[in-house]
Design a protein around this ligand. Structure first.
Ligand SMILES: [Zn+2]
Length: 286
């Protein structure tokens, strides 16, 4: 496994982390708070998220990014969807309608990534690490704002996204930017105490999820698109699209097992019901 080395400047600063209890074991976390940034909605047939569903059923699925305040700086997980390509009719035609989207994503001013960061008191330049779960359009939209930061993704995802022709789910212009400072990893990786990146391929070849240990002792299992809804995990249901079905199911089972450990909870990204009960920024989990 290739992961971070002690050369990572953010990792090597010596700090005292808050002790927390995870699964009966005292552990340390550098995480202070986790914010949920609601960046818009996608209007999709149910079959996009749950394999084999009746596609007459249309659902509005939230698009989220997460911001972690840690002892060693701000970490952003995913970057939402670029609203300019939705609101400009020519770009919307090119990037969405011509690629088979039947309904455009919905991004209102209140969903602005930078607006929500500003409300917390954070500027994009304050964020020095951006973790990408994978490189679909609803996760890479505002990478362009983080050319100064380390962009952390699985090597397999990066390779796949750069070498796959434009399709329904990817906008290569979001991430094929020469200035981006990629930090490519392979497999599971401890980003810092309290933030564990977990390789969960299947939805895409290099999809990853994250475990966030909060000061309270709760551990959030951020599932991203390994399974869009809680239902995917409750009933072991494959996502609508997968690069590898067997891997996708194994990733669902792995995340479910991690969420079953004491003090842990599944935290889905696209679940329309879950988002209504979640604390949204500027509220936070701690
Ligand atoms: Zn996806």
């Amino acid at each position: 496994m290739i992961c971070f080395t002690p050369r990572n400047k953010y990792y090597t600063r010596s700090r005292v982390y808050s002790p927390v209890r995870i699964g009966g074991i005292m552990a340390a976390t550098a995480v202070k708070k986790l914010y949920v940034l609601l960046c818009g909605f996608e209007v999709l047939p149910l079959g996009v998220s749950i394999r084999g569903s009746d596609n007459r059923i249309i659902v509005a699925e939230p698009i989220c990014a997460y911001l972690a305040e840690t002892e060693i700086g701000w970490v952003l997980f995913d970057t939402g969807i670029d609203a300019s390509r939705i609101h400009d009719p020519v770009l919307a035609q090119t990037y969405y309608i011509d690629r088979g989207w039947t309904t455009l994503p919905v991004v209102h001013p209140a969903h602005s990534l930078t607006g929500q960061l500003e409300e917390i008191g954070v500027r994009p330049e304050d964020i020095h690490q951006v973790v990408l779960s994978h490189m679909h359009v609803d996760h890479t939209g505002y990478l362009k704002l983080f050319r100064h930061a380390k962009i952390i993704a699985q090597r397999a995802e990066h390779h796949y996204a750069l070498h796959t022709p434009p399709e329904l789910g990817n906008i290569i212009e979001d991430y094929n930017l020469p200035e981006l400072d990629w930090q490519l990893i392979e497999g599971d990786c401890e980003l810092m105490p309290g933030i564990q990146l977990i390789s969960t391929p299947g939805h895409t070849p290099g999809h990853q999820s994250a475990l966030i240990s909060l000061p309270s002792g709760t551990r959030l299992v951020l599932t991203f698109d390994a399974g869009d809804f809680l239902q995917n995990f409750e009933q072991n249901l494959l996502p609508g699209s997968a690069s590898d079905d067997a891997q996708a199911l194994a990733s669902i089972l792995r995340l479910k097992q991690l969420a079953g450990e004491p003090g842990s909870m599944l935290f889905p990204l696209h679940d329309p019901g879950f988002i209504q009960t979640a604390k949204l920024a500027p509220l936070y989990y701690d």
